[in-house]
Ligand binder design. Structure first.
Ligand SMILES: Nc1ncnc2c1ncn2[C@@H]1O[C@H](COP(=O)(O)OP(=O)(O)OP(=O)(O)O)[C@@H](O)[C@H]1O
Ligand SMILES: [Mg+2]
Length: 201
């Protein structure tokens, strides 16, 4: 069964494809209209805006904090009861150089504030911080998808792999739409919408 959505889609593969298309269109608009210019880089409010903008036509929970605990693989993301304080602490993390920015990105991934769509929203949030703080972004076409996922799985324990992988892909080509769009390719592969194990509170 597909995750509940505004489009009334019940098949999870159909939802995956439709959601991908719609959110990509919104991501393009986000970029073309420079909507992030009026938002502060590196705050959770900005991430919530990004998520809401990408997914508002698809999910009721767009831009809203999740109210279920979720896990992927062996990793359980921040428990709902610690989510708000975690986000407030992440806001205060420094972001003045590449290492600090990736450390912040890793913590935001551990928080995983949303029910779905964390990866895409958080990669846009990351690019926004890199762009505003160090005038660089990641050229996601240079990041191997499997390497990325493995490094992210590893990142709560050690962040050296994700730092290495993303550092190698840094570019000064910050206003290139193609570079930006590559980062929001959904998952890289279809896992199905049951990919999160959830636990109702
Ligand atoms: N086992 C794991 N441990 C920690 N982080 C993980 C794990 N598996 C995936 N991730 C992170 O979670 C993201 C996926 O989150 P989610 O499915 O909510 O977002 P998405 O936008 O739908 O997917 P994607 O990022 O794959 O495009 C991945 O991009 C990766 O950064
Ligand atoms: Mg997903």
């Amino acid at each position: 069964m597909a995750l509940e959505n505004k489009l009334g889609i019940e098949d999870s593969y159909e939802l995956f494809k439709t959601e991908e298309q719609l959110s990509k269109r919104k991501a393009k608009l986000l970029f073309e209209k420079n909507l992030l210019d009026s938002y502060e880089a590196g705050t959770y409010k900005t991430l919530m805006f990004i998520h809401e903008y990408l997914f508002e036509d698809i999910y009721d929970f767009a831009g809203k904090l999740r109210n279920v605990n979720i896990s992927k693989g062996n990793f359980r993301f921040a428990p709902v009861m610690y989510l708000q304080p975690a986000l407030e602490n992440i806001d205060k993390m420094p972001q003045s150089n590449f290492d600090e920015i990736i450390e912040k990105y890793v913590e935001m991934n551990i928080a995983h504030p949303f029910r779905e769509g964390n990866g895409r929203a958080t990669r846009i949030w990351l690019d926004d911080i890199l762009k505003k703080e160090i005038k660089k972004v990641i050229d996601w076409s240079l990041v191997d998808k499997e390497d990325y996922l493995q490094a992210m799985e590893r990142s709560p324990i050690k962040d050296i792999e994700i730092k290495y992988l993303l550092n190698r892909a840094l570019t000064g080509d910050i206003d290139n739409r193609e570079v930006y769009m590559k980062g929001i390719d959904n998952s890289y592969y279809y896992e199905g919408y049951t990919s999160y194990k959830t636990k109702d509170l």
